[in-house]
Design a protein around this ligand. Structure first.
Ligand code: DGL
Length: 268
């Protein structure tokens, strides 16, 4: 049985864990939410890098992970290169806004991207967009919309603020480009408000997220690892850890994944 660490600034990475649980039954998951430091989206790249490194070290030392899923677009954008340099022996799977699948899905090449300020301001995502625009046989128009406060509101399960901010950011996208037919959910928190966003975008707009693609990629990566440890493949509930109040993480896992497990402090 392999142990996979899954890490996010908070509860958002549960949307990736949901896809991982469906794709990889018989795998042990250790989910780490850095909720005491969430949201990451408005923090500096250096802060995000330091937190990512600290949590990765903890997941390795205390939980013996065989692979790590950085289930956070912001942490991937700011920290994954450095993290791979520091941990060359650890397979690390990141999460990036689904610009490429969106470009393939869009009928007219007009794509909106909702994500954190940190993700959208990163050199990594700008380079991804530029590569796609250059390689595309037809014009592609990406409109980037930073969603300050939205991940934080989802983290707090603050429904009125979620609704307010969703309206504000979808309207901003529509004003930027009325032809948008595909919207990328470029933050792992946003699939949990997909229904609100879809209603605001309208029935003609397709929403794209990355959970399933990341889970498939993780399966491919795990298949390349040598078999180690116990051959026991009995299903085990994920271990949930949080640097914030553990009950909030357990409640989110119950609400969105139907997981009836308690959570523990990430650090003691
Ligand atoms: N869920 C994260 C992401 O995918 C981070 C949100 C935040 O902490 O700001 O970007």
């Amino acid at each position: 049985m392999k142990t996979v660490g899954v890490f996010d600034s908070g509860v958002g990475g549960l949307s990736v864990l949901r896809a991982l649980l469906a794709e990889l039954p018989g795998t042990r998951f250790v989910y780490a939410a850095d909720s005491a430091y969430a949201p990451y989206g408005e923090r500096t790249a250096q802060d995000v890098s330091q937190r990512t490194e600290r949590i990765t070290a903890l997941l390795r030392e205390r939980h013996g992970i065989d692979a790590l899923v950085v289930a956070c677009n912001t942490a991937t954008a700011h920290a994954i290169n450095e993290l791979r340099q520091h941990h060359p022996d650890l397979p690390i799977i990141g999460v990036e806004p689904a610009l490429k699948p969106a470009a393939a899905l869009s009928r007219n090449g007009h794509i909106g991207v909702l994500a954190t300020r940190g993700t959208l301001g990163s050199a990594r995502v700008a380079a991804l967009r530029d590569r796609l625009v250059e390689a595309s046989p037809r014009p592609l128009h990406f409109s980037f919309q930073p969603c300050d406060g939205l991940a934080g509101a989802i983290e707090r399960h603050d429904l009125p603020t979620i609704q307010n901010l969703s309206e504000r950011y979808v309207q901003a996208l529509q004003q930027a480009d009325a032809a948008i037919d595909t919207v990328v959910l470029g933050c792992t928190h946003y699939p949990f408000v997909q229904d609100q966003l879809a209603a605001l975008c309208g029935a003609d707009v397709t929403l794209v997220d990355t959970g399933v693609a990341v889970a498939r990629r993780t399966r491919e990566v795990l298949a390349t690892l040598p078999a180690t440890g116990s051959s026991n493949t009995a299903d085990e509930a994920p271990l949930l850890l949080s640097s914030g109040p553990p009950e909030a993480l357990a409640q989110a896992a119950q609400r969105w994944l139907g997981l009836g497990v308690s959570a523990s402090p990430l650090f003691d």
